[in-house]
Design a protein around this ligand. Structure first.
Ligand SMILES: *[C@@H]1O[C@H](CO)[C@@H](O)[C@H](O)[C@H]1NC(C)=O
Ligand SMILES: *[C@@H]1O[C@H](CO)[C@@H](O)[C@H](O)[C@H]1NC(C)=O
Ligand SMILES: *[C@@H]1O[C@H](CO)[C@@H](O)[C@H](O)[C@H]1NC(C)=O
Ligand SMILES: *[C@@H]1O[C@H](CO)[C@@H](O)[C@H](O)[C@H]1NC(C)=O
Length: 134
């Protein structure tokens, strides 16, 4: 039982490595890197709350090949690519609303916006929801 769980997690780890490797060439060939403007250093997200991720689209080139964006949460620079906060929105929107996932509260979270390429936000904190709300 324990062993098969181990194998499963090793398997999904290898899968995520593969997914990352396949995603990489996409990022490399692309040009538009929208700067994430929020969250930023000093931002505090509460687990379970809805938050806006915003970015600057003013530098967008006229013709963008891949307009579908994805927002990935990263902790200490490590991307959680298996659980995107948001996907299938237009990179030209400039913002997307996400629900803060039930992750370990900490102060080294960033979000990475992927469209034509990736740009990471400043480091921000995720805090537990007040117990009165649980
Ligand atoms: C992300 O955006 C910031 C702010 O515009 C910029 O300084 C930084 O170079 C960008 N990062 C990448 C990887 O393009
Ligand atoms: C996110 O931004 C949109 C557009 O500015 C706004 O209508 C919405 O209320 C915002 N949502 C949150 C949770 O701040
Ligand atoms: C963008 O694409 C349109 C239609 O394909 C074309 O007319 C226009 O010249 C292109 N603009 C740039 C900057 O490449
Ligand atoms: C993405 O959004 C488009 C337009 O709203 C929709 O047609 C499509 O089915 C969505 N794809 C996924 C994978 O959710």
């Amino acid at each position: 039982m324990f062993k098969s769980v181990m194998q499963l997690s090793v398997f999904s780890f290898v899968l995520s490595l593969l997914a990352f490797a396949y995603a990489l060439p996409l990022a490399v060939r692309d040009v538009f890197v929208p700067p994430v403007t929020s969250p930023d250093v000093g931002t505090v997200w509460t687990i379970g709350s809805q938050q806006n991720v915003t970015w600057d689209t003013s530098t967008a080139p006229q013709n963008i090949t891949n307009k579908v964006g994805q927002v990935i949460l990263a902790k200490g620079g490590k991307l959680d690519i298996n659980h995107p906060l948001a996907s299938n929105f237009s990179i030209l929107d400039g913002w997307v609303t996400v629900t803060v996932p039930n992750v370990q509260p900490d102060v080294d979270y960033t979000v990475v916006l992927f469209g034509d390429s990736g740009n990471d936000s400043g480091e921000f904190a995720i805090v537990p929801a007040p117990t009165s709300l649980l």
